[in-house]
Design a protein around this ligand. Sequence first.
Ligand SMILES: [Fe+2]
Ligand SMILES: [Fe+2]
Length: 367
Amino acid sequence: MEYTQRNPVPLPASGASGEVASTVKTIFDWRYALEEQQLLSLYEKGKRLNWNATELAWSTDVDVERMAREARVDQVFNDFMKAPKRLGIEEAVQLRVHQNANLLSQFLHGEQGALIATAKIVQTVPWEEAKFYAASQVMDEARHVEVYHRYLTEKLALSYPVNPSLQTLLDEIIRDSRWDITYLGMQILVEGLALAAFGMLKLTMGGEPLIQDITTRIMADESRHVAFGVLSLKKAYAQEMSAQELKDREDFIMEATQLLQERLTQGMVIDRLGWPRDPWVQWLDESPFNRAMRQMMFSKIVPNLKRLGLLTPRVRAHFERLNLIRFEHEKDSVEEPEVQPPQELIQMLVEYLARVEQEQKQAKGQA
Ligand SMILES: [Fe+2]
Ligand SMILES: [Fe+2]
């Protein structure tokens, strides 16, 4: 494995390495009962579907600037997304290129979090078959870190440090001594959000075959990871929880969703472009289109929490406030492991594409 880092990943304010102190109970399972067939078949699937990142078509020419120019991103930002000031084509291309690099960079950092969290799950989960599966996931996550790092440093040569909200959430997931919280945070929330985001990336980067291939492969792995989380937690939560234990889980879900929403804000992009924060950050975070896109990221998380019995009145009220409760009727990861973009999102994109096509026809007619 060898590649050129044309532009190393920038460091966060906290420095080159991060330390999280945590005390966990490491559990040996001397029974080796291996009785959870669903977990074991997931493990078999994980082994069978391993792939090697070095075999991807790394020689592909990736030119995000050209793609953005050809897609007329200035029209997208100005007309469809109602930018607060009209952007010229060059400014619009830069914004798209940086947004793309930021999104992929946060995938990279999230993948490192997943690598560390699953290594911790190997130690802390009480059943041998779950340890087996978690071990296969550790390998998957190392490969995901490798792929995104290579794509960002070799192909894009533009990347971002970890978003502070994502860093806080990852630290909390790793620090917590309760094994189910590691699962809940990583497998259900962070990976659930990533699955929806990957689906979105596939739709928006249709013209780039390398990232399409990477995303398809990673999504197949991630859908197993989320299913692993749902299966294991279902077993854990089948036992009666005390009122206090349940309240702790609810608090965690509410705090983590808040941090995940913040992780999707794009202040770092605007700062890096040197544009005034006002009005650009507000537009990126709060315009109806962007807000709807951000909500879409929760389309897999909400039904999975419902399956786990964690859509309690408190959590439900929280999601109602965030306007996310409508996703409770989407399919969860057991019913549908492969993620489909929600109907609502497809509708938005179809409308958008029809509009672009119409505008292009008009422009041709005028020419
Ligand atoms: Fe991953
Ligand atoms: Fe994963």
